[in-house]
Design a protein around this ligand. Structure first.
Ligand SMILES: Nc1ncnc2c1ncn2[C@@H]1O[C@H](COP(=O)(O)OP(=O)(O)OP(=O)(O)O)[C@@H](O)[C@H]1O
Ligand SMILES: [Mg+2]
Length: 273
């Protein structure tokens, strides 16, 4: 197992792309696999983590920040029946600005002492808590969805990660689309120049049911395609990666590029039509 993955952050350039669904299900699946996992809801103004898990937080990031209690932040985490812990976002948007980037970074650092893995729902856009989230993360996900504006903003988001020298840790996450007019995940990866792409199946029904029941899809439909994609991504994340000498690392990268070439060509061909 690759034990270097301790912090995972999922963000997006535009709202409603499915990033909370992705973060919740990745986190619950990690907890199911026996890793002590906490989901941190860093969507400080409009976080939905507690809603997705049907938890009613009496303590949130807001209370911890007010008391400057970063060293005891684990006491502010609520336990879900799946075994996952949640550090909830404040219950009202006006409390968001009480949580500073410095306090948040200290809190994440402190969570490392209690948890094996910390999954951060970094919310939408680039705000006070998303930048420390991405900087502290070992794996960043940029979740995107169809629509010209979303695609333009996702590209800007990925470009910004490159400017901040964070792009090496980034994978693009995109949901499969049935409608012909929509940008396909492989096309999105080419447009955004993302080095790695995670494709999620369309799971509208399972996710809608999950919102009603508070039972994450990886628990309610473990054999479904969405849960399968989540498990496959976790396997990828934690599979042992051999330390290669610099020369071989470039060779491996070249082979990776060649492996993605058919998807790139297909994407270009489709967009030509
Ligand atoms: N793989 C998927 N297939 C189909 N629908 C999805 C998928 N992922 C998410 N959705 C749906 O998209 C909507 C938004 O999902 P979610 O709340 O996870 O997105 P978000 O990016 O966190 O949104 P917000 O900007 O409100 O925080 C929900 O109705 C959800 O069920
Ligand atoms: Mg969300």
């Amino acid at each position: 197992m690759d034990e270097t993955i301790r912090v995972i952050a999922a963000g997006s350039a535009a709202g409603g792309t499915g990033q909370t669904s992705f973060a919740v299900n990745i986190a619950v699946e990690l907890a199911k696999s026996g890793k002590k996992t906490v989901l941190v809801d860093a969507d400080a103004a409009f976080g939905d983590g507690a809603l997705f898990l049907h938890l009613q937080p009496h303590l949130t990031l807001k209370e911890a920040a007010e008391r400057q209690d970063s060293s005891r932040i684990a006491d502010y985490c609520l336990k879900h029946e799946s075994g996952l812990f949640l550090l909830a976002a404040p219950v009202r948007p006006e409390f968001a600005e009480l949580i500073t980037a410095d306090f948040f970074a200290d809190a994440i650092d402190s969570l490392r002492q209690t948890f094996d893995v910390i999954v951060i729902d970094a919310g939408t856009g680039l705000h006070a808590l998303s930048l420390p989230s991405f900087e502290l993360a070992d794996q960043i996900y940029a979740v995107t969805a169809p629509g010209l504006a979303r695609m333009k903003n996702t590209k800007l988001f990925v470009d910004t990660m490159e400017a901040l020298e964070l792009k090496e840790k980034l994978a693009l996450v995109s949901v499969e689309q049935k409608r012909k007019a929509f940008v396909k995940p492989a096309e999105a990866a080419v447009i955004c120049a993302a080095e790695r792409l995670v494709v999620l199946p369309n799971a509208a029904d399972e996710l809608a049911e999950s919102m009603e029941t508070g039972v994450p899809v990886v628990v309610s439909h473990p054999r479904g395609a969405y849960a399968g994609a989540i498990r496959s991504e976790i396997r990828h994340l934690f599979e042992p990666k051999p330390a290669l000498p610099e020369k071989l690392r470039k060779w491996t990268k070249w082979k990776e590029m060649k492996r993605h070439e058919p998807a790139r060509k297909a994407a270009v061909k489709e967009s030509d039509i």
